[in-house]
Write a protein that binds this ligand. Structure first.
Ligand code: AHM
Ligand code: MG
Length: 335
């Protein structure tokens, strides 16, 4: 197999398609390097004394794990000094993190969920890092939280690293989705899949079924129809998978098709669901669309939503195009 490194891929991509400016290339390489460090810490587990809770809460009131905090610090430190960023924002930090003025300011802003799937950390199940890249406002002004509130369609890059049996990096700069595997001996990212495409039809769904009693009618209807199988209205038998790591569930869907759902439910008066628009839904939606899939909040295209808060939550329906269109239609019919 001819080995194409991440660096070579990025340089050639810039040369051929001119869609990865030099600073963005640097940004992706730095994020990839940080993910390698996180992967190393995750891989050590109890031997690195990184498992367990940190006895602190994040801005959403969720208990933080030691690895949540460590991964956040690794990403901040790696990205502060390179001159490619103007500011960062993280699921684990209440407010934005402007680049300290001892370092040069760059033209991009980076958002991340440093370690997604926290409930899986201590049980050795796949977890990941999700990232999203936006352009900073023109001029040299220090970005504010308001500057981050851009629609997902404004993202210039999005990706995730998955820490599973293999460590992989999947990202898009708006020109398809490519996958790199970490060669642990060499310490380098190697291109292992080009232009991933999600099958438009599927017989697999992912949802936390324990919440069934809290769902709204469009979701109950859709899941009931899937469970009815071949003799039901959808005319096929479905299988279910739920890893409880969005990164791992989306990774599976990218490769074999499927629909991932985290709906809003009756427990939350604001009908927002669990997942975060800026750190989870938007980057995953860009990846899924670039792979030929679809993503909505049940009502509209995810990437068209105008954010109103940094830590905003949103219902998520993404994956194989025909299924996402169906559940979105059910929402319209029940409204
Ligand atoms: P996290 O960012 O705190 O880890 O939460 C997000 C995760 C997703 O990865 C996953 O899809 C979901 O929460 C699992 O939720 P549940 O606990 O309801 O299964
Ligand atoms: Mg998360």
């Amino acid at each position: 197999m001819k080995r194409i490194s991440l660096t070579r891929f990025l340089v050639e991509e810039q040369r051929l398609n001119n869609n990865i400016p030099a600073e963005l290339r640097l940004l992706i390489e730095v994020v990839a390097r940080a993910c390698k460090t996180i992967s190393h810490a995750v891989g050590k587990g109890a031997l690195g004394e990184v498992l367990g809770t940190a006895h602190s809460e994040n801005v959403q009131g969720e208990v933080q794990k030691k690895l949540d905090i460590l991964s956040n610090e690794i990403l901040l430190e790696a990205n502060e000094w390179g001159g490619h960023l103007a500011a960062m924002a993280s699921e684990e930090m209440e407010t934005i993190h402007p680049i300290p003025n001892r370092y040069p300011q760059g033209e991009y802003m980076l958002l991340f969920d440093p370690l997604d799937g926290s409930s899986n950390i201590d049980v050795n199940v796949s977890i990941g890092t999700i990232f999203s890249v936006l352009k900073a406002p023109e001029g040299m002004a220090i970005p504010t939280e308001q500057d981050f509130l851009q629609k997902g369609s404004q993202q210039v890059a999005a990706g995730y690293a998955i820490y599973g049996p293999q460590t992989m990096l999947i990202f898009t700069t708006g020109n398809g989705v490519n996958c790199f595997t970490l060669d642990r001996e060499m310490g380098s990212w190697v291109l292992t899949e080009r232009n991933i495409q999600i099958p438009v039809d599927t017989q697999e769904f992912a949802i936390n079924m324990s919440n069934v009693r809290h769902w709204y009618p469009p979701v109950t209807r859709y899941v009931d129809e899937m469970l009815a199988g071949k003799t039901g209205p959808l005319n096929k038998n479905y299988n279910m998978r739920w890893i409880a790591s969005m990164v791992a569930d989306v990774h599976r869907i990218l490769h074999r098709g499927g629909i991932f759902m985290y709906p809003a439910d009756k427990r939350e008066p604001d009908k927002a669901g669990k997942l975060r628009l800026m750190y989870e839904a938007n980057p995953m939606s860009m990846i899924v669309e670039q792979a030929g899939g679809a993503s909505t909040d049940g009502k509209q295209r995810m990437l068209d939503i105008q954010p109103h808060a940094l830590h905003q939550r949103v219902p998520v329906f993404l994956g194989s195009k025909n299924e996402v269109e169906l559940i979105t239609r059910y929402h319209a019919e029940h409204s």
